[in-house]
Design a binder for this molecule. Sequence first.
Ligand code: ATP
Ligand code: MG
Length: 246
Amino acid sequence: MVKIAIITSKGGTGKTTTAVNLGHGLALSGKRVMLIDCDPHGDLGLVFSVDAEKTLSDLLRTGKTTVNQVRDNLFLITSGGRELNSTELAIAGRDGREFIMRNALSDLRNVDYLICDCAPSRNLININALALVDKVIIPVSMDYLALNGARHTIELMREIKRYTRANLELMGILSTQYDVRTNLSQEIYKVLLRHFPNKVFETVIRVNTRLREAPSYGQTVFEYAINSTGAEDYFSLTNEVLRMNS
Ligand SMILES: Nc1ncnc2c1ncn2[C@@H]1O[C@H](COP(=O)(O)OP(=O)(O)OP(=O)(O)O)[C@@H](O)[C@H]1O
Ligand SMILES: [Mg+2]
């Protein structure tokens, strides 16, 4: 099983969009995919119209949750919304609090890709996600603050590696919301290549309105607009991820 966290401390960089569309891309390629919504905003539950009885919040508190099938080969554990915030406080005093998610999911079988969609913050839920996964995708929207978010996230990964001894590796920096008409996108892309040699995905996710519209129809981009550049880019990312793990 390949376990991936999609994470960065900057908000709005395309984490959820990537979780949804990479997740569905992999599922359409025949892989069994489990999405875990680690963000109290609960966007994945909204996109897939799931209001589950038990959630990630329950998993952390009791070790039990509901796995929702949302498409062929695609499964989702919803976040629990605001309850996840209170759960974070409730588990903060426990011994081994960084490993609760890892322990609770240790029996998970029959999944090829597990993908955690993280919140843009440095909290105990994200630390649990990083202690669970072995690979990290950092989406960088093409602006300087997102670049800073990537730096902070790499620092956080180093800390987690140190005190959890996790086998955590940067899978790649993903350029998102790339606007082909602006110099800024090109500049930031060059900075990424310079700062993170061999760690920037070849695939670039361009700005595409269809990606923004699809969630309001409860669809992924492959369902909503298969001929869009958004679908093209996420298809390309899916293949790149599959190649990395073949
Ligand atoms: N390539 C893109 N082109 C156009 N719009 C995009 C693209 N990627 C994401 N968006 C839009 O940008 C907004 C933020 O994206 P998204 O929710 O995926 O980011 P996020 O990193 O998960 O945000 P948060 O940090 O709040 O969880 C959404 O409205 C989304 O539809
Ligand atoms: Mg999000």
